[in-house]
Design a protein around this ligand. Structure first.
Ligand SMILES: *Cc1c(COP(=O)(O)O)cnc(C)c1O
Length: 398
């Protein structure tokens, strides 16, 4: 017998749960792309996207996933042969750096490992040594979805300003924009990117690049940018087709309209607070289970943890066994461990991740944790029973 029939919960860190209202908004006949409702919707979409990123700057939309947004951000700002500095706290920063390398960009990486955040002294030293200002951009990830750490950007802006260094500050916000607090303008970020399928609660397929006037000026000085990746027309088009350099992602735009309505109706501050509380509930459960057994939150310092995704160590081969049991027996799919492989554990079998981003509420998180606690018991994975009660205390304490 399986107990998995019923509504499933894809609890991986993207794609995330898509609200029924978003799905309903997409379920319609093909709209006209030359006039009428869809072209008329664009001004409002652009405005409301900028509100989510907390910026008065510009936004360009791409028919792409997050990788496309990575590509777009670099295509507009850094030429082949120029140099960038990547600050890495996990797998995703390294993946973005490989895209830069493939574009012929000269990449220096400061690797801070998988367990925390940047060492600001090292960042300052490295930028200070670059007195010729060879670095055109400092690239960093807001929430690295592999390690589930969260990085601060205001301190990076402070260092660049203190050194009078002109490099653009670029933030990959793909994991957690709309989940973890992010303030593009207030934190001095020049280029930020995200995509539709995580905090924005839509299916995968839209990439967003936000940029300020300083970054727009860098783009103007670039020798050559392919028409497709150029953000200039996309951000300030004269005709509807220029938003997308071709046919619009018609149905995605209806889904996005509804998702943005939901976000602004709840309010970003309230959304951030909801994610913070649900994340604390998860941490409380895991810390309790870990009192007697191998379960450990990957990020030890709560101040450095994301509220959208949680990476955990559980020991090989328990991670893979637990994920299998939860999906086969309970309809909950947990995220694989990513970027945690080592010689003893080439497949990251000893890790897994909870995705708790976007359209997620208390009953889903308590259900998720209840399923995991059942799985730990059935599979004989050592743990201290009662983690779900600890999570319930967090949720009932609100
Ligand atoms: C999901 C994610 C990406 C990659 O996005 P895709 O849509 O899979 O291309 C990049 N960076 C971060 C931080 C992510 O969470």
């Amino acid at each position: 017998m399986s107990l998995s029939n019923g509504r499933t919960y894809l609890a991986i860190p993207g794609p995330s749960v898509v609200p029924d209202a978003v799905l309903r908004a997409m379920h319609r006949a093909s709209p006209n792309i030359y006039e009428g409702e869809l072209p008329d919707m664009m001004d409002g979409l652009m405005r409301d996207l900028r509100r989510v990123a907390r910026t008065e700057g510009h936004v360009a939309i791409y028919i792409s996933n997050g990788h496309g947004a990575w590509e777009a951000a670099l295509a507009n700002t850094v030429a082949a042969g120029e140099k960038v500095l990547v600050l890495a706290t996990g797998f995703f920063a390294m993946a973005w750096s490989r895209i830069a390398e493939a574009r012929g960009i000269d990449v220096d990486v400061l690797d801070f490992g998988n367990g925390g955040t940047f060492d600001l002294d090292r960042v300052r030293e490295t930028l200070k040594a670059d007195s010729a200002h060879a670095y055109k951009a400092v690239m960093a990830v807001h929430v690295d979805t592999s390690s589930s750490n969260r990085n601060e950007f205001a301190p990076l802006r402070a260092i660049l300003d203190e050194l009078n260094h002109p490099a653009l500050l670029m933030a990959d916000c793909i994991a957690a924009m709309g989940c973890d607090r992010f303030e593009m303008d207030a934190w001095g970020v020049d280029v930020a990117m995200t995509s539709s399928q995580k905090g924005l609660m839509c299916p995968p397929g839209l990439g967003f690049v936000f940029f300020n006037d300083k970054a727009a000026e860098v783009r103007r000085r670039m020798n050559r940018v392919s028409t497709y990746w150029d953000w200039t027309q996309r951000a300030a088009p004269e005709a509807f087709y220029q938003y997308f350099s071709g046919t619009a992602p018609t149905h995605h735009l209806y889904g996005l309209r509804t998702a943005l309505d939901m976000i602004h109706e709840e309010g970003l501050e309230a959304i951030w607070a909801r994610h913070a509380t649900l994340a604390r509930a998860i941490w409380a459960a895991v810390e309790h289970w870990g009192k007697d057994g191998p379960l450990r939150l990957n990020i030890a310092d709560p101040a450095l943890r994301s509220h959208a995704v949680t990476a955990l160590a559980i020991g090989k081969p328990y991670g893979t066994q637990l994920r299998r049991w939860c999906s086969d027996q309970a309809g909950v799919t947990l995220g694989i461990g990513l970027g945690m492989a080592n010689e003893d554990d080439p497949q990251s079998d000893g890790y897994f991740r909870f995705g708790h981003m976007g359209h997620v509420n208390a009953h889903m998180i308590l259900g998720l944790l209840g399923v995991v606690e059942a799985g730990l018991g059935v599979l004989g994975i050592p743990h201290c029973a009662g983690g779900v009660s600890e999570a319930a205390k967090v949720i009932s304490g609100v």
